[in-house]
Write a protein that binds this ligand. Structure first.
Ligand code: ZN
Length: 202
């Protein structure tokens, strides 16, 4: 089990387009396992490789794990492409593991048809709906150097980025949880928990 360090905004890597994966091999499958470990640890439902500093067109998602008390239906999409988007919009209060504690309503198509390679390197096509559709579109955005705050007003975006800059300056993200012995799980529960009314971090 490996927990990878997250890239936190503002960071130029989050504005960079990730490159095509040439080969689905064991090292990529290992990266996917590490990304799932990291995502579950941080209580997210989706993660793009760029968020752990790997600029490859790879994303993972599991929007069901919370309900099942452990890993749920896991998706790993290599070189994903949106083939079709539905006309009907869906608004969801999004968060992002690269934007800790920040949430904003984002409107996206309610369903998308996506072509991708699976972890055997086989081409797949699938239609995603609901939360999974939102999640997959959020992660594909990451692969194109787009983040969820690019979909909201400039004023709100500036406010969020100012807050994160300040948190970075204060060393909020430098804290190594494993060494200090403090239990920060409560913080995560509060930030991302269902009880507080915030939505999922993707
Ligand atoms: Zn994100």
């Amino acid at each position: 089990m490996a927990i990878l360090p997250l890239v936190i905004a503002p960071d130029p890597r989050l504005k960079t387009k990730s490159s095509h994966v040439e080969m689905v091999d064991d090292s990529l499958r290992q990266l996917v396992r590490d990304m799932f470990d990291t995502m579950y640890q941080e209580k997210g439902i989706g993660l793009a490789a760029v968020q752990v500093g790997i600029l490859k067109r790879l994303l993972i998602a599991d929007v069901t794990w919370r309900d099942e008390g452990g890993p749920g239906k896991q998706y790993a999409l290599v070189n994903p492409e949106i083939l079709e988007s539905s006309e009907d919009p869906h608004i969801y209060k999004e968060g992002c593991l690269s934007f800790p504690e920040q949430f904003a309503d984002v409107e996206r198509p309610a369903s998308v048809r996506v072509r991708y390679l699976d972890l055997d390197g086989k081409q797949q096509e699938e239609t995603f709906e609901g939360l999974l559709a939102t999640c997959v579109q959020h992660e594909i955005d990451h692969l194109n150097g787009i983040v969820f705050v690019d979909h909201i007003s400039l004023a709100k975006r500036d406010m969020i980025l100012r807050k994160l800059k300040k948190m970075k300056k204060q060393g909020y993200f430098d804290h190594d949880h494993s060494q200090c012995g403090h239990d920060h799980s409560h913080d995560h529960e509060h930030v991302h928990g269902e009880h507080c009314g915030h939505d999922h971090v993707i």
